[in-house]
Structure formats: structure tokens, C-alpha cells
Design a protein around this ligand. Structure first.
Ligand SMILES: Cc1ncc(COP(=O)(O)O)c(C=O)c1O
Ligand SMILES: [Zn+2]
Length: 432
């Protein structure tokens, strides 16, 4: 087996200038070679020299590339040089009038991240994290995953020529496992939950010296996901929406979304923060529960170093957001509190129904987790928590093709007929 040598840390060619702990706020220099805070074990946030970047971006994002590396001045990677081998990001932001108007929301948009190379938003994180792996001289990358981070890591590793080792719960949907295998990854199907896979991946990375891209733990994942915010801003004509509805498991997608909007504020490209709404399954609601607890205590700005994020025993049809102990939980909780976002927990039946509704009324086919934002918007509208004029963006984070079994459970069956025109006539008469 091939192992990485000890990595060396790059300190040039980038605008990042250090790390700050999400929990205790202690800072580390840019050449720090760990992923977690050495004082308290908290996740790290990457820091930038925003004043210098603001000068660089005085005319906006001008780099000529149709992918996330268009935002290179705000990414913690060395110059990627020639074009990247895959087109990651630059996904469409669609107005969805039929879907929105079905419940009285004319300004509904869908950010369709299912069209990334491995068909989920995870490719944004994989691109930046694996670029970092290359910057520090790693050859083996590993990841724990409910399925999508694994197939995404495998995909990007294949394009870059890195070896990928993927830890998944053995219950992961077959499409996600098949993708990882097709991309040539070593797939370790762990007899246990995602959380078991995560802990094992952590232990194995330490043991064998692999570059661990696992969500949340690796601070570079958040930096990739933040590019989704930049694209939404540009897609709306350099405007900030009122709210973005984000499906949430570990909380890294949500904390990345917050980081993106924070960056735009910090470099003076925007002047407001949208509400970042957190959607979770009722049966996997650790982050939502924690936010509710903080809000009930009436603390506008709690002492973050003392906040413990809840743990749950997750079980939901939306496998991508089935998480017992969120691995970027505190960053997500802070992001929701600071952006005044809603926390919405939805029933599994509503998530499944949302798959068909979105598909029929917008033409976009989402996996269960990615349909959850639409279920949440409907719930908020029922509870009169929305204003009809609001510009709302639902993030479709993964393709419906990733979990056909769930889709089949809610969209009915084909009508079996004999191969005659009479059979067509009779069957259609019955269904009219
Ligand atoms: C399709 C999809 N949506 C949403 C999420 C949630 O992201 P996070 O775990 O960072 O909260 C994931 C994570 O695997 C995902 O694959
Ligand atoms: Zn700390």
C-alpha cells in the first residue's frame, strides 16, 4: 500500500494568512500543519488578508475560468495554473416560477448543484481540499462519507491522479457506492453508521499519514462550499437574496454558505447577510435542536466555547443528512444565529413528496436531502413565516439519480400495457 510522506506546508502563492478556532477563537499561523485547534480540538476557520483581496477584487471576479477557480483570490490554494481537469461549480441558478407560485412565492430560485461532475455540491469541497492535498504533497486522500463526499472525492482524485480511500456506512445508496468504485477508489463499507465510518477514517488517517478530506474536520472543505454563495450572488446580478435554504447534516454546507456571504461583505462586494435557513429531517435534527436551545435561552451572542452541539440517533430517508454528531456543528449553529436564519425540521414523508413536486413543477430531480429545502419552504409558508416578496433560494445539493429507490417510493409506477394502440387508448381513458 502507498502511504504519504510527512507533509510540508506551503506558505506562499495564497491569500490565506492563518486559522481561527470556531470554538475558542485561538489563532494559528498559515503554516500550521493540523486540521483542528491544538488548544480545544475545535474546527478551524481559514483567515484571509481581506484588505489585500479587496484591492485585487476592486473590479469584481475577473478571472477567466468557468468553474470555482474563478474565485481564486478568495481560495486557500496555490495558483492552479492551467485549466482544472473538471468543471466544478458554475452551476445554474434557475428562477422557478411554477414551483414558487404553486404556494404564492413568485421569487423562488433553485441553485442546481446536482450538475456538478459527481452530481452533488460536494465537488466544490473536494476540489479545494484535494488542491490543498496537492499543495502539501499528499498522494493518498481519504474521506468518511454518507455517500456523496466519497463519490465526489473519488471523482476529483481520479481527475487529479490521486489515490482515494473512502469510508462509508455499508447502508449507503448503491448509486453512490457504484460511483466511488467506478472512479477507482478503494471503498471500505463499514458495518456501522456514518459516525462510525468517520471515527475510523480519522484513526486510519492518523495511523497511515493519509490526507483526510472528511467534511468539517478538514477546514478546506468549507472554503470550497462557500463558492456556492458567490455564484448565487453573481447569478442574481450581484445581489443578495433574502434567504437561502440549505439541507443540513454535518453543517459544513451551511457554514460554507455563511463563509461565502461573509467573504463578500469583508471585501466590500456586498453589504448585507442573507438569512441562512437550516433544513433537517425531524429524525436527524442535532443542529436545529441546538439553535432552538440557544434561542430559548435568549442569548444573542453566547460564549461559543461553552456551547455543546447536541447529538441524536439519526434515522431518515434522506441519507445524506443522517448524522448523529455533526462534524461542523458549531460553525453551522453560529452561522444560523449570526445570519438570523430559520431552523426547520421536516418529516420524511414531506421530504419524499417534495422530490416529485419539485420535479413536476421545476424540471429538477433531487435526491431526498436536496428536496428537503422545498419541503421546508412549504412548511414555512404554511406557518406564515415568509413574506411573498422574499427572494428565496433553495439549494439542490444532489441529483435524484443518486437514490432511485427513494424516488420510486413516491412517484408511482409506470402503466404496463400490451403493445397495441387500443391498450394506449383504454389506459389513457382510465387515467384521464
Ligand atoms: C446532497 C447533500 N445535501 C446536503 C448535505 C449536507 O451537507 P452537510 O453534511 O455539510 O450539512 C450533504 C452531505 O453529505 C449532501 O450529500
Ligand atoms: Zn480552540
Amino acid at each position: 500500500m502507498e502511504f504519504t510522506a510527512r507533509i510540508s506546508c506551503p506558505d506562499r502563492g495564497m491569500s490565506m494568512n492563518g486559522y481561527r478556532c470556531i470554538a475558542c477563537a485561538r489563532e494559528q499561523a498559515a503554516d500550521f500543519d493540523g486540521f483542528s485547534c491544538p488548544s480545544c480540538g475545535g474546527n478551524l476557520d481559514i483567515l484571509y488578508d481581506y484588505a489585500a483581496i479587496a484591492e485585487d477584487l476592486a473590479r469584481g471576479f475577473t478571472r477567466d475560468s468557468n468553474d470555482i477557480f474563478r474565485y481564486a483570490p478568495l481560495l486557500p490554494v496555490r495558483d492552479i495554473g492551467d485549466r482544472y481537469p473538471l468543471r466544478i461549480g458554475a452551476t445554474p441558478l434557475y428562477a422557478a416560477p411554477r414551483l414558487g407560485e404553486s404556494i404564492g412565492l413568485p421569487n423562488l430560485f433553485i441553485k442546481d448543484d446536482s450538475v456538478n461532475p459527481s452530481a452533488s455540491t460536494k465537488d466544490r469541497a473536494s476540489a479545494v481540499a484535494l488542491q490543498r492535498a496537492g499543495d502539501v504533497g499528499a498522494h493518498v486522500v481519504t474521506v468518511a462519507s454518507t455517500g456523496n463526499a466519497g463519490s465526489s472525492t473519488a471523482c476529483v482524485a481520479a481527475a487529479l491522479g490521486l489515490r482515494a480511500i473512502v469510508f462509508v456506512p455499508e447502508s449507503a445508496p448503491v448509486a453512490k457506492l457504484s460511483q466511488s468504485l467506478a472512479f477507482g477508489a478503494t471503498v471500505l463499507a463499514v458495518r456501522g453508521s456514518y459516525d462510525d465510518a468517520f471515527d475510523l477514517c480519522l484513526e486510519a488517517s492518523a495511523e497511515f499519514g493519509w490526507f483526510n478530506r472528511s467534511t468539517g474536520l478538514n477546514p478546506f472543505t468549507r472554503e470550497g462550499k462557500k463558492t456556492c454563495a458567490y455564484e448565487i450572488w453573481e447569478g442574481l446580478g450581484n445581489r443578495v437574496p433574502d434567504r437561502i435554504v440549505v439541507p443540513t447534516g454535518d453543517g459544513n454546507l451551511l457554514s460554507g454558505m455563511y463563509k461565502g456571504w461573509s467573504d463578500l461583505l469583508a471585501v466590500g462586494l456586498s453589504d448585507t447577510m442573507p438569512r441562512i435557513d437550516c433544513v433537517q429531517s425531524e429524525t436527524s435534527a442535532a443542529i436545529s435542536n441546538t439553535v432552538r436551545r440557544i434561542r430559548e435561552a435568549g442569548e444573542a451572542e453566547p460564549d461559543w466555547s461553552s456551547i455543546e452541539v447536541d447529538a441524536v440517533a439519526a434515522s431518515t430517508v434522506a441519507d445524506s443528512i443522517a448524522v448523529d454528531r455533526p462534524r461542523d456543528g458549531l460553525a453551522a449553529v453560529k452561522a444560523i444565529v449570526h445570519s438570523r436564519g430559520a431552523v426547520v425540521t421536516v418529516a420524511d414523508d414531506d421530504i419524499l413528496a417534495a422530490i416529485g413536486e419539485m420535479a413536476r413543477l421545476s424540471g429538477i430531480f433531487a435526491e431526498p436531502a436536496a428536496a428537503a429545502p422545498w419541503a421546508a419552504v412549504k412548511q414555512m409558508q404554511r406557518q406564515q413565516a415568509l413574506d411573498a416578496t422574499e427572494v428565496i433560494v433553495c439549494l439542490v445539493s444532489g441529483s435524484g439519480l443518486k437514490d432511485i429507490a427513494s424516488a420510486r417510493a413516491c412517484v408511482g409506477q409506470p402503466l404496463a400495457i400490451d403493445a397495441t394502440i387500443d391498450a394506449v387508448r383504454k389506459t389513457l381513458a382510465k387515467t384521464a
